[in-house]
Design a protein around this ligand. Structure first.
Ligand SMILES: NC(=O)c1ccc[n+]([C@@H]2O[C@H](COP(=O)([O-])OP(=O)(O)OC[C@H]3O[C@@H](n4cnc5c(N)ncnc54)[C@H](OP(=O)(O)O)[C@@H]3O)[C@@H](O)[C@H]2O)c1
Length: 266
């Protein structure tokens, strides 16, 4: 569905760039225009094989899909530039954390189809997870088009918009939690004598491998954990420390707090 379409990425930063890279690899026939704030950033847009537009309004002209990829606080200003300029059959896709589809519809005016998406940074490597929710005027075809876009940078799921803040707290912020885990495991490796570079490799590959086991074997994580834990072995001692350090409830609280903050930002 995307091939031959014209896409405007408004705000080609970390996430905008990830999307353009993913599209270049998966759907080379998509024409991409992009906007940035600073003149110096235009070269970055060109280097991605996209055309830098003079303004957000100019980028929106003739675009089939508009991706709103600026920071949440910049969204009202960008949408005020677009008001009345979005083609009647264009789709607006927003990845701005905390900004509801209702707010975007209100700022744009009219019955604009809007799909809200919460991606995460591994989209840069095509290994992201993006959750999509449709606005009041977005139909199945709009959702399918937006999904195709984000399928090019990883996996996708569809949920009700009421859950997007929760998703932000889990998979949107989640890479940061996992980096902390990897950093700590690597540090622990150094503590027990493993050279730092090898220790970081061991920690990161262990997280990657364990994640693939969950996704590809489809088994409950608890069963996979049990398979590593031999009676009176070493793993159970390590797990005991993690339970004492309240790892589970700490992660749970991290997701709850981040989700609450996402709601506040909205
Ligand atoms: N990073 C994440 O982990 C993540 C995850 C999920 C969702 N998001 C959402 O994705 C959005 C972008 O985040 P990001 O991390 O990619 O931010 P970012 O790297 O700071 O990118 C924002 C981009 O917007 C451009 N910009 C600023 N004002 C503009 C304007 N008036 N018109 C056009 N472009 C403008 C900036 O241009 P310059 O380069 O010239 O400054 C920059 O390239 C945010 O709304 C965030 O909530 C981010």
């Amino acid at each position: 569905m995307l091939e031959g379409k014209r896409l405007a990425v408004l705000g080609v930063g970390t996430m905008g760039e990830a999307l353009i890279r993913g599209l270049r690899a998966r759907a080379p026939g998509v024409e991409v225009v992009g906007t940035v704030k600073h003149e110096a950033s235009r070269a970055r847009v060109e280097a991605l094989g996209a055309r830098p537009a003079e303004s957000n309004a100019a980028a929106a002209e003739g675009a089939d899909v508009l991706v709103l990829a600026v920071k949440p606080q910049v969204v009202p200003a960008v949408l005020s530039e677009l008001r009345g300029r979005v083609a009647a059959d264009a789709l607006v896709v927003s990845i701005a954390a905390g900004v509801t589809t209702a707010r975007i519809e209100e700022l744009l005016g009219g019955e604009v189809p809007v799909v809200r998406v919460m991606p995460n940074t591994p989209c840069v490597l095509g290994e992201g997870i993006s959750v999509l929710a449709r606005g009041a005027h977005a139909g199945d075809e709009h959702l399918a088009l937006a999904r195709e876009l984000f399928d090019s940078v990883g996996k996708t799921a569809v949920l009700e918009e009421g859950l997007i803040d929760a998703v932000t707290g889990l998979s949107g912020s989640g890479p940061a939690y996992v980096y902390l885990v990897i950093e700590s495991l690597a540090e622990a490796g150094v503590k027990v004598g493993i050279p730092r570079a090898t220790s970081t490799l061991l920690a990161a590959q262990t997280v990657l491998g364990a994640a693939r086991m969950v996704l590809e074997l489809g088994q409950h994580p608890a069963l996979l954990k049990d398979a590593v834990t031999t009676p009176a072995g070493c793993t159970v001692d390590g797990l005991m420390e993690l339970e004492e350090g309240k790892l589970r409830v700490t992660l749970l609280k991290a997701v709850v707090r981040a989700a609450e903050r996402a709601r506040e930002l909205g």
